[in-house]
Design a protein around this ligand. Structure first.
Ligand code: NAD
Length: 309
């Protein structure tokens, strides 16, 4: 029997995530949205591709949370995306209202689900989702670090003309302007990038990583990135399903880890069928630690501003 994954929000990130789940034959998918017809139409379209992918999953679309009942995993992508010139934080109040309603419905219909929060500003929305559902912290996780890290890997691989699989990196902290890339721990072709790339080149890669989302928003003009975000969500789903087991940077509730308490922030974790299995505590340098704390304070500031909390 397939697991059941609900995707809330049948927009760009939601439907691309649904497509990848179906294509990889990972789980049955329910797409839900407030707009009538869109989740149903997208679901039929994806379902019709399944024979060609040799996939046996069921894909359905709905406007009713009753159809999402007892989901194993719920991916929350409902909400507004950025427009050119907007930061992720500009979406705070509008998306908080949407997330509150979504979280109330999830808590009513899928009490045992693991929730992956994608909607921006993601760390604050993950916090809000946990508070509204009152689910254990290990079952509410935000997606941000996987995306920021894959962006950085891709820029390094392009810069060095090597395969992305030979680049390992990790981006910690908030999924926002104060994210914390760690060049010190970034390896390319078995070597530290700090040994093979100039300081100015590394600075450029870090800046491009921090602006990775804005770069795409600026070009698209009417939406934000969704292929790499959806692939990042699926990476987390595969870890939850036990198909992959590498540690991943995800936004989780910190209760003293890294010296931070009471916010959601990106750190390396191990995922399993229980959700967050383990938070991995890396030793940070003084500068990295300061950047991490600044990131935590920025998220704390956003959380304080949420009117529907
Ligand atoms: P989109 O506009 O394409 O899709 C959003 C969908 O949400 C729409 O179909 C809309 O009808 C639906 N929606 C709105 N209110 C809803 C509600 N109350 N219940 C159910 N559905 C509702 O946007 P997108 O590009 O898919 O992005 C979705 C969100 O994900 C945005 O907030 C964006 O900023 C965020 N995002 C986060 C990351 C990340 O790394 N965390 C990456 C990309 C996008």
């Amino acid at each position: 029997m397939h697991k059941k994954i609900t995707i809330v929000g049948a927009g760009n990130v939601g439907t691309t995530t649904a497509q990848l789940i179906a294509e990889k034959n990972l789980a049955d998918v329910v797409l839900i949205d407030v707009v009538e017809g869109i989740p149903q139409g997208k679901a039929i379209d994806i379902q019709e591709a399944c024979p060609l992918w040799q996939s046996s999953v069921k894909v359905t679309g709905t406007n009713s949370y009753d159809d999402t009942a007892n989901s194993d995993i719920i991916v929350v992508t409902a909400g507004l995306a950025r427009k050119p010139g907007m930061s992720r934080d500009d979406l705070l109040q509008a998306n908080a209202r949407i997330i509150r309603e979504v979280a109330e419905n999830i808590a009513r219909t899928s009490t045992q689900a693991i929730i992956i929060v994608v909607t921006n500003p993601m760390d604050a929305m993950a916090y809000l989702t946990q508070r509204v559902t009152n689910f254990p912290h290990n079952r509410v996780i935000g997606m941000g670090g996987v995306l920021d890290s894959t962006r950085m890997r891709s820029f390094i691989a392009q810069g060095l003309n090597i395969f992305p699989k030979d680049v390992q990196t990790i981006v910690l902290g908030s999924h926002g302007d104060l994210m914390v890339p760690l060049p010190r721990l970034t390896m390319a072709g078995g070597k530290r990038i700090t040994d093979i790339l100039s300081e100015s080149k590394i600075k450029m890669i870090i800046e491009r990583t921090k602006n990775g989302g804005a770069e795409i928003v600026g070009l698209l003009k009417t939406g934000s990135a969704y292929y790499a975000p959806a692939a990042s969500v699926v990476e987390m789903i595969e870890a939850i399903l036990g198909i992959k087991n590498d540690p991943l940077p995800c936004s989780v509730y910190l209760d003293g880890e890294y010296g931070v308490k009471g916010v959601y922030l990106g750190v390396p974790i191990r995922l399993s069928s229980r959700g967050v299995d383990k938070i991995i505590e890396l030793e940070l340098t003084e500068d990295e630690n300061q950047a991490f704390i600044a990131s935590a304070e920025a998220v704390r500031g956003l959380i304080k501003k949420i009117k529907v909390l």
